[in-house]
Design a protein around this ligand. Structure first.
Ligand code: PRX
Length: 644
């Protein structure tokens, strides 16, 4: 099928309204955002829309005062949204819970009181290590109500990863659960949290949600059950929402970069909330009758922005699921779409490819006609997956909204917009930058890359949703994002702009992998590998995977007294699972005598990639900048002895 045969292709004069809106935002950003920010409730409006006096530490809506929890809850309970369902939640075992805006408001107030009584004050950090259960958004909003930044740690991370994040953030409180459930199996979250807490002295109190029902140990004086704490405060408790400044941090969220140490991305309050509010409205044209389902785990930015803050501010009903996508069988999602009448599903290319592999029948046996739009995020979507999504779920009628963005950007950056005007879609392209976003594709020298040529995507001017800094590391913020091309936000993504101006993403330009859409640094995995007693040196690269996009593959050099074996491979895999988490476990571990390095000591990653990918090693001199043919040959020989 050619892209021009898409039925919605000629719906509008392509891109006119969209272009006008974008031009207005770029010509007068302060005027534009002054108008847009008024969609939120402010206790006090700003004195200045954008303060650029300390670049690249931009400040949005300076002098503005607001509260995130107020904008998600209090504003609705004064309206006819009061008794509207905020979340329909379903567990893997089929149990369903609904929670209205008013009920959510009550729960958040009670938990805010509990936290306050535990000593939480404005500016204190609160770590959350929870499954996809309603208590997670409740805890985020309770923290936000007190002006205490939350630090959500994805529940698939290990004790060590949890401890690192708690320690870097200096969190005072941890909210966790007894366990989480996957395919009926219990993952012992409290046990993992206990191990982390041995190394995390800043945590004074731990609240534990009873969810999986597994046996846990509770430390006296430190641990208390969430339900006991909540039952101890009156049902009509009201906690005044803290009047936070626009640039007070709303949350820290750790993400992977090119070094072993995850980065604490700090998002502010005003700019971030304005950005996620508008981007969700623009991209999906959400309305009061929608049942919105963003399938991301709240432990990642997608969940923060589009399971919690944007849909709640917009007063939407969201669907939330905690469980495996194929439990009890591969039509679980479509069964839920049908039963709950989901109108928009927003998911990842990895999920789409997995369902594609399960086969169309699993979809076709369900009535999914309530769906009106389909979204994707997290990694480049290949045209085959795009077309499958479009045909099988979308019945060749529904638009595919491919949203490109990052933890650091707060919300969507490049995406089609149902809410402004739907531009003609091209399978695999995220289309155009949203209003407020001035992007460009640059070549190695920082000059604009010609259309059709691969370059690096940069964002040339600040936007409200951008990160404010890296937690307690402003220097790293400047180096990581604003030094590759002086003064311009560097995304670390390869992109191409085609002759029609459409942007196509080609994956990361750094040593970061997207494994099933999850971001993980190769260096992080390498550090974990060398912390195993058997491993002297390690190099990790990404290998293309049909479903997951990338999977990590490790090359390791063993210490003298260790011999390669399958048992050792299994042990090393387990070690990675325990020190980082399941997403970091290499798909393969190769034992080698030596790692291929250039004379200057740089690991020849491209050579390793070529070995794994089975690429022709014909012209090996181009495999690594600065390495001679002789060097590469020698490196290959040295490795060769023990590959496999
Ligand atoms: O490489 C891009 C890829 O995901 C990276 C950001 O990952 P993370 O911070 O975990 O946020 C993921 C969810 C926003 C980007 O640098 N990426 C994200 N969305 C897309 C994408 N690549 C291509 N197309 C997308 N739609």
């Amino acid at each position: 099928m050619s892209e021009t045969s898409l039925p919605f292709h000629m719906k509008f004069e392509p891109g006119k309204l969209r272009k006008e809106e974008w031009e207005r935002s770029i010509k007068d950003p302060e005027g534009y955002w002054d108008e847009k920010a008024r969609a939120l409730d402010w206790f006090k409006t700003w004195d200045k829309v954008l303060d650029e006096s300390n670049k690249p530490f931009y400040k949005w809506f300076v002098g503005g005062v607001l509260n995130a929890s107020y904008n998600c809850l209090d504003r609705h309970i004064k309206t006819d949204k009061k008794n509207k369902v905020a979340y329909i939640w379903e567990g893997e075992d089929g149990q369903v819970k609904t929670i209205t805006y008013y009920q959510l408001y009550r729960e958040v107030n009670k938990l805010a009181k509990v936290l306050q009584d535990l000593g939480v004050r404005r500016g204190d950090r609160i770590a959350l290590y929870l499954p996809m259960i309603p208590e997670l958004p409740i805890a985020m909003l309770a923290a936000a109500r007190l002006g205490a930044p939350h630090v959500v740690v994805f529940s698939g991370f290990s004790a060590e990863a949890l401890a690192d994040r708690i320690n870097n953030a200096g969190a005072k409180i941890l909210v966790t659960a007894d366990g989480s459930l996957r395919r009926g199996k219990v993952i012992e979250l409290k046990k993992i949290a206990d191990a982390a807490l041995e190394k995390s002295p800043s945590v004074e109190k731990v609240l534990v949600v009873k969810y999986a029902g597994n046996n846990i140990s509770m430390k006296e004086g430190r641990d208390l059950f969430y339900s006991d704490a909540i039952n101890g405060v009156p049902a009509n408790t009201y906690v005044k929402p803290e009047p936070t400044n626009s640039s007070d941090p709303l949350f820290l969220l750790y993400t992977s970069g090119t070094t072993g140490k995850p980065k604490g991305v700090e998002h502010g309050t005003g700019g971030y909330l304005v950005w996620v509010y508008w981007t969700l409205k623009w991209a999906f044209d959400v309305n009061d009758t929608d049942i919105w389902w963003c399938t991301a785990d709240i432990g990642w930015i997608t969940g923060h922005s589009y399971v919690v803050y944007a849909p709640l501010m917009l007063g939407l009903t969201s669907f939330m699921y905690d469980g495996a996508p194929d439990a009890p069988q591969p039509d679980r999602w479509w069964d839920m779409v049908e039963r709950h009448g989901v109108t928009i599903i927003y998911t990842s290319p990895t999920a789409i490819r997995m369902f594609m592999k399960f086969g169309d029948d699993w979809v076709l046996r369900h009535d999914v006609s309530t769906l009106r739009a389909l979204g994707t995020v997290g990694e480049p979507i290949n045209p085959e997956a795009w077309l499958w999504y479009y045909r099988t779920l979308g019945k060749e009628k529904l638009p595919i909204i491919d949203t490109w963005w990052q933890t650091e950007t707060g919300g969507f950056m490049i995406s089609p917009t149902l809410g402004i005007e739907l531009v003609p879609l091209k399978p695999g392209s995220a289309t155009f930058p949203l209003p407020g976003i001035l992007s460009e594709v640059l070549d190695d020298n920082g000059d604009p890359a010609p259309d059709g040529q691969r370059g690096y995507l940069v964002i040339k001017t600040p936007w409200p949703g951008m990160l404010q800094t890296l937690w307690q590391d402003p220097e790293r913020y400047k180096t990581v994002y604003f030094s590759r091309f002086e003064g311009t936000y560097y995304t670390s993504d390869y992109a191409i702009r085609d002759p029609d101006g459409y942007i196509w993403f080609l994956g990361r330009a750094d040593e970061v992998l997207k494994v099933a859409g999850h971001r993980i640094g190769t260096v992080e995995i390498e550090s974990a590998l060398v912390s195993h007693p058997s491993i002297a040196e390690a190099a990790v690269i990404g290998k293309a995977d049909e479903i997951k996009g990338d999977v990590p593959v490790a090359f390791v050099v063993l210490r003298g007294n260790y011999m390669p074996s399958d048992a050792l491979k299994a042990e090393v895999s387990k070690h990675i699972r325990n020190t980082v988490g399941p997403i970091a476990v290499p798909a393969d571990i190769m034992f080698v005598n030596k790692l291929p390095k250039t004379r200057s000591g740089k690991i020849m990653r491209r050579l390793l990639k070529a070995v794994v990918g089975g690429a022709s090693l014909g012209d090996i001199s181009t495999l690594e900048d600065g390495a001679s043919v002789e060097e590469v040959k020698k490196a290959l020989e040295e490795m060769g002895g023990r590959i496999g």
